[in-house]
Design a protein around this ligand. Sequence first.
Ligand SMILES: [Zn+2]
Length: 309
Amino acid sequence: MGSIAKLGAAADQICILPRGTSGGDVQRLYRAARRLQKVPLTSLAASRLAEGVRSGDASLLLTGAGGPPELPFGETDGPLGVAVLARALHQGLGARPYLISEERNLGPLRAVLEAMGADYPLLAFPCGEEEAGYRFLEELQPRAIISVEKLGPNPKGVVHDMRGRDVSALHASVRGLFDGAKDRDILTVAVGDRGNEVGFGHLFGPHVRPPLRSGQCRCPCRGSIGCDIRADALVVSSISNWGAYGVVTCLQALTGHRLLHTPQEEAAMLKAILHAGARDGVTHTATLTVDGSDLSVQQAVVTLLGSVH
Ligand SMILES: [Zn+2]
């Protein structure tokens, strides 16, 4: 195993640390993703980005999970991950990042960027408008698309939240963006933690037994919550933010730049996003938590990733 793969293997292990006593699906999803992609996930994603993105290239970063009524300004998992990745792509590779999400999430995303001293364009992805994805490709001509905790449709075209409810009307229709990216040979990288996010198409298909046991929908579609959109590299982590941080950890080694944020910045970002209205995506509370796990745990993961060389 090469040195970047060794680093990726260590980062992967930190990213799939249990975030609580539940969440057994993550281990299963991780093993399936690792088997299919054959190499550690965080270093695979970082290597593809380092090879594919050149200085001055536009990169689109997507996030967006959770919506009204419980989460009128989105959740705390996702925005921190894309913000840290956006800064890493900018400072490490010279990319021009664009952050894209549903309108309601743009205020919280702006607050997170400000907390880390970054300023990148934010664009609204309208709900239920598949053509918007093609428009982003035409107008911005990106070299890479990275999604972190972005809900996407199952094979029947239905977007589900983690409780199995049909939330299609409240979320961007991202299939056009990823279909268009495939046609144009644009690199796609995805990070997720449940299986209902973009990227998990790797694990759903005639030759793969869906590894989601608890992922049944509770809507009339009678499908699985599993999103069937594929990405060129899929990262599975216990909390999606952690997977994004793991990719940044590997990008540091590939670029020689210090790119990972500090535990202090993690606290500042989490406070800022709460102040902007986002809530914990699992508990729906306005607490300093991500997916029900405390700020101190988020900071511990950042510290652990920072100690991997
Ligand atoms: Zn359904």
